[in-house]
Design a protein around this ligand. Structure first.
Ligand code: ADP
Length: 439
């Protein structure tokens, strides 16, 4: 909230006025009330010095009216305050204009009263505003063309006329300046708020576009998910049903173990698929939970979980990660990333090679951790290399996976602010490089 000046506080009171137009009008009304008081005080000194006493009661009355306007303004009685101000100002200008020579410049104040009427009532009661304009014009014409003899005519003393003209001219301009300043400020504010609204709108549009493309992406993913999920779940189920049927009709029990082995593998496939889907769902729903932990110890634990899968294959998983490296990230998400890479390196190992390996290494630099998972497996065919991160994409017939692994990995990595790149040579092996902020 912007702090108001003491003068503004004096003119409109301590209450906060939310509406900018009302606030500016209240300030202007208060300033005009103050100006009336100033003008009266000025003439209360100047007139007696020139032996003019007939207007003194008017000046005194005007002093009270100016005070009343400020009082009403401070109490929030804006319509009454504006009406009192305008009625009295019109009357005062009329009375003085009627008795004096037009060269005294009193008529200038009719311009001010007319414009003030319009400005103070423009937003709340335009008809009343226009009425005040008409009243000012009519009174000006009456005072100019008719001599109503309300008071005794002022003597046409050349020097006095000059003083009157100069004072009225300056005061008239001062009041006009207040009114015009109000209009200019109001205009500036409108333009500024329009500009601000435009900027807000642009930001909102951008946000909307981002949300839209996220929604489009989610929609596409959902489409391919429904398609592939139904296929991936149905295929092992059909195999299982087929195998059950075979078991039912077969007479030989010798084949049973191999049927059971096949059934177990299919169930594992389904289990893997369901695990992938849960990983994906968990990644998109759960918030980040950053923790500080030792990377080498963390990876040791993950590698142990793959022992069962590698026994008998000759595949060796090793790492040479500095035991001093401590990272700060979401361990559950990093686990999904590393597990997926290890899982693939094992799945796509090359049994034809004499020594199959999966090697992990890591460096920590400027708060960023670079983790490398390298294997000498079957590698990825050149033509598929730009697609392996797509949802449900499998680059080889050999894949028994869901084709979700690398897609989930990329999404998960994205949540911890990381990125992945890779190099792979068919028949020679692959190297995946994961980078993520670790402090
Ligand atoms: P999948 O469930 O088929 O393993 P992924 O998304 O994990 O799905 O991987 C997509 C494809 O990328 C795989 O089908 C496989 O052809 C290829 N791929 C991924 N990692 C490796 C790797 N280390 N070696 C060889 N091929 C890989």
């Amino acid at each position: 909230m912007k702090k108001r000046s003491w003068l503004a506080n004096f003119l409109i009171g301590p209450a906060w006025i939310e509406d900018r137009v009302l606030y500016k009008q209240a300030i202007l009304r208060g300033q005009l009330g103050l100006l009336i008081i100033g003008i009266c005080l000025f003439y209360l000194i100047v007139d007696p010095l020139n032996a003019i006493f007939s207007f003194i009661p008017w000046y005194v009355a005007a002093f009270f009216v100016g005070t009343l306007v400020i009082y009403l303004n401070r109490r929030g009685k804006y319509a009454i305050a504006s009406s009192v101000l305008l009625i009295f100002a019109n009357l005062l200008v009329f009375v003085i204009a009627d008795v004096g020579n037009p060269e005294r410049g009193v008529f200038l104040f009719f311009i001010v009263t007319a414009v003030t009427g319009l400005v103070l009532f423009y937003h709340s009661n335009l008809n009343l505003g226009i009425t005040f304009v008409v009243v000012s014009i009519v009174l000006a014409m009456l005072a100019y063309y008719f001599d109503l003899h309300l008071f005794e005519q002022l003597p046409d003393d050349g020097k006095l006329v000059q003083i009157n003209f100069t004072a009225n001219f300056i005061l008239g301009i001062a009041s006009a300046v207040l009114v015009v300043l109000f209009i200019i400020k109001r205009n500036n504010e409108s333009e500024w708020s329009l500009l601000k609204k435009k900027e807000e709108l642009e930001a909102l549009t951008e946000e909307l576009q981002q949300k839209n493309s996220a929604l489009e992406k989610a929609n596409k993913e959902l489409d391919s998910f429904v398609y592939s999920a139904s296929h991936d779940l149905r295929a092992p189920l059909s195999t299982l049903l087929g195998l059950i049927e075979v078991i039912r009709i077969t007479d030989s029990t010798d084949e049973l173990p191999s049927y059971l082995e096949m059934m177990t593998r299919r169930i594992h496939d389904m289990e893997g698929f369901i695990k992938d889907v849960t990983d994906y769902a968990r990644n998109s729903r759960l918030g980040l939970a950053r923790v500080q932990f030792n990377l080498a110890a963390f990876i040791d634990k993950l590698i142990v979980n793959f022992d069962l899968e590698t026994t008998g294959t000759g595949l060796q998983i090793t790492h040479d990660i500095d035991p001093e490296i401590v990272v700060n990230t979401d361990p559950n998400r990093l686990k999904v990333v590393i597990n997926n890479l290890l899982n693939n390196a094992i799945k796509y190992f090359d049994p034809g090679k004499e020594k199959s390996f999966v090697r992990l290494s890591a460096t920590l630099e400027d708060g960023d951790c670079t983790l490398i998972v390298e294997d000498n497996g079957i590698g990825i065919a050149w033509e598929y290399q730009d697609k392996i991160f797509d949802m449900f994409f499998r680059a080889t017939e050999q894949s028994t996976g869901s084709g979700l692994g690398l897609y989930i990995l990329k999404e998960t990595l994205h949540r911890i602010g990381g990125r992945i790149s890779f190099q792979s040579q068919p028949t020679r092996g692959s190297k995946f490089v994961v980078e993520f902020p670790a402090i």
